[in-house]
Ligand binder design. Structure first.
Ligand code: ZN
Ligand code: ZN
Length: 377
């Protein structure tokens, strides 16, 4: 595979381009390189597909953000289609709304299988919920979902077994009708057969002529280690069936990562708020710190301050791309005892008498600052 070009470069827009500018740039590119206008030109087709890929990422604010942050790797496997194997009309219709009210039929009507007739099946969305342990190791989740599938009784034709659908007389079986609209010839799906090209007289009783029946499906989905909440795993060809033999849509599995009761996630790092006693903070201590995998040792330095952080490398989560482990950041919370025994109180009073404010940086700084106020300087 040759190296991929930068998507902004492909569409020839600034990295700060607005959605409108991106759509406009895509329109320009798609019109210029559309295979219908460049028959037999493999380079034009490649450019056309490259534009579609750039549009798919930059035209979606979530994918764009990930691309901006991580580059091509950041959007790999994140619901970006492989346009290499798709036909131009299908690609074109994916980004139809970039063309506004005009519709694609108006521009490239009558060709291909985009409008009317065959249509790619709808994409479906489902979700899985995992926890941080799954993010650490990666996991395989079972998803159950219901999708509209071909009716088994009529094999999707919608016609009663033993009968066959008749050719639609309005469109002559084309599934689409042409209308002139100013300069353009507008092609719309046939209103009488809804683009199917066929009309069912004797309806299948199972599906009442629709040719579709809801069907439940169970799939195993591989969730890679390092995945983030909200990321999408695309499973090609597991959406709804297309019409007239067109390919199925895709299944999008949205990954939800449950919050953990101890650790907060900050990208690939984990943050742990850990209570310590004021004597541990002052004297230093050797602590056992919980990690996702068990526990590890933390040497607390004498004179540790409230809120101070210690970074334990390699104890965070793996990076989705590189697998490199992030850090566990331990932020210590110094607890002051609410109740003291008489002996403890005596010891602290004794301690207080020996207290030397010079070794307490914040206290010294505070009194230095306030001095001016008190003496009226
Ligand atoms: Zn049926
Ligand atoms: Zn028709």
């Amino acid at each position: 595979m040759p190296a991929k070009r930068d998507y902004y470069e492909v569409l020839n827009v600034e990295r700060t381009a607005t959605m409108e500018e991106i759509k406009r740039a895509y329109r320009k590119c798609a019109m210029k390189y559309h295979p219908d206008r460049n028959p037999g030109d493999a380079e034009a087709e490649r450019m056309f597909k490259e534009c579609a890929e750039a549009m798919e990422v930059l035209g979606d604010s979530e994918k764009r953000q990930r691309y901006d942050q991580f580059g091509h790797e950041g959007v790999r496997g994140q619901g970006v289609h492989d346009f290499g194997g798709m036909n131009a009309q299908d690609i074109f219709s994916m980004f139809e709304d970039a063309f506004g009210d005009l519709g694609l039929g108006g521009i490239f009507g009558g060709r291909g299988r985009g409008r009317g007739g065959a249509r790619r099946g709808y994409d479906l969305e489902t979700s899985v919920t995992i926890d941080l342990d799954d993010v650490l190791e990666g996991t395989t989740e079972t998803v159950d979902f219901t999708r509209e599938d071909l009716c088994e009784t009529c094999d999707g034709s919608g016609a009663k077994p033993g009968t066959t659908p008749e050719t639609c007389t309005t469109c002559g079986g084309q599934g689409k009708v042409a209308m002139r609209h100013g300069f353009f010839q507008m092609v719309r799906p046939c209103p009488d057969c809804a683009g199917a090209g066929k009309v069912v007289k004797d309806k299948c009783t199972e599906c009442r002529g629709s040719g579709r029946r809801p069907k439940s499906r169970t799939l195993e989905v591989k969730v890679p280690a390092g995945i983030h909440d909200g990321q999408i795993i695309r499973i090609a060809g597991e959406g709804e069936p297309g019409t007239a033999g067109a390919p199925r849509g895709d299944l999008h599995v949205v990954v939800r990562v449950q919050p953990h009761k101890l650790f907060e996630r900050h990208n690939d790092d984990l943050v742990l708020h850990m209570p310590i006693s004021f004597t541990q903070a002052a004297l230093g201590a050797k602590l056992e710190v919980p990690t996702l995998e068990g526990q590890t040792e933390l040497i607390l330095k004498a004179g540790t301050q409230h809120g101070q952080t210690y970074t334990l490398r390699q104890h965070g989560l793996p990076n989705l791309r590189s697998g490199a482990r992030g850090s566990l950041i331990v932020q210590v919370m110094v607890e002051i005892p609410k109740k003291l025994t008489e002996k403890q109180a005596d010891l602290l009073r004794e301690f207080a008498e020996t207290e030397n404010r010079d070794v307490m940086p914040h206290t010294t700084g505070f009194w230095d600052k306030i001095k001016g106020y008190l003496s009226g300087e």
